[in-house]
Design a protein around this ligand. Sequence first.
Ligand code: ADP
Length: 417
Amino acid sequence: MNILVLNSGSSSLKFQVMDVEITESGECAADYLAEGIIESIGSYAQITYHVTGQPKTRLNEPVKNHEIGIDKVLRWLISPGSQIKGIQSYADIHAVGHRVVHGGEMFVESIIIDDKVKSGIEKCMDLAPLHNPANLKGIEAVTKLLGTKTPQVAVFDTAFHATLPEEAYLYGLPYQFYRRYKIRRYGFHGNSHRYIAYKYRKINQIPREQTNIISVHLGNGCSACSIQAGISVDTSMGFTPLDGLVMGTRSGDTDASILHYLHRKEGLNFDDMDNLLNKRSGLLGISGLTSDMRELLDEVAEHDDRRAKLAIDIFCRNVRKYIAAYYVEAEGNVDAIVFTGGIGENSAEIRRRICEPLKSIGLDLDNDKNNQGLSVQDYQKISTDHSKLAAWAIPTDEEYIIAVDTIRQVNKHIEAE
Ligand code: ADP
């Protein structure tokens, strides 16, 4: 089945096309056919199209909205110029999987999209005012362009964390706010952490029930997830993706009273604060230079910049605090720490800074393997063989999870009919 995976952001649209097959043993095999991204939707957009094995095509064109963007992508997919194996017409796109950021408490697993699901996603808009409206726009555009016969599946970023126990998802706030408004930890990056749990157990050939790891996704957004017996039992992002680890431009954990104090000192209103915490904090805010980890590491190496070093130190310390907390909470029943995301996959230096002090809980880093990283194979164990607690770098693949869930839901739907 050819699956189109769509990730509609507030001003961007990422896509991937995969030919996914479920084998007789229930395993999923995916052939990655093409991918691309449209950035700066709403004005003059930058478009990148990439057919696997071919050079990338880059264009600059006006793209007014998501519908026009998706129309462009669909036309490109079937155009003779793109030459994508097995895709000549819209009928060759058998289903569409959408990344939907927030499923609230309503959606605890992926689901075929119908009117009821759309209105459910709309109800969750309140919880993710930047993301869910864009996701819904993507769904509506596909319905309009491909018709209702092409099945669409919603795959939620929050769903993997639906297994969090109450004591992990409730904040220390008056309980009535949970009852009234569902204020709680939802957690995000769920498809990434779920992929890491899946990939780790495949590499190590262990069953899901024996998958006890801490998955650390470090990209522009960062989150940690404690996975016990294959399910998420705690995670660092919370009611929104602002909570938890220090990120590229997001603060992570802060004392909420600082907001009141800043309001008094600088007259900031709620929108200003939201902007401050989401867009001007984290690595960018601390360093005063950049949110990009690679650039910060270069600044330290070339100019020994104090604030760049400070930003990196705070970042690493914070990740370690979460790892240690989850390790203790799991009573040491953790086999491995797994690093993923742009920083986690690519930066041996950051992995080293995080891991070296974790010797106290039995992590013995193998410096050679850590430095080798993913240069030799597409995943790497970075701890020594005698290390009590292992560490790995494994690239994430959220699109794989979305494609697989899409085919599974579509098959379930066909069987039920
Ligand atoms: P997103 O969360 O937007 O998907 P990514 O997962 O692509 O982001 O991660 C982007 C971050 O990864 C940036 O801070 C970038 O500097 C960092 N990064 C990518 N490659 C490296 C590298 N080799 N060393 C250090 N940081 C890196």
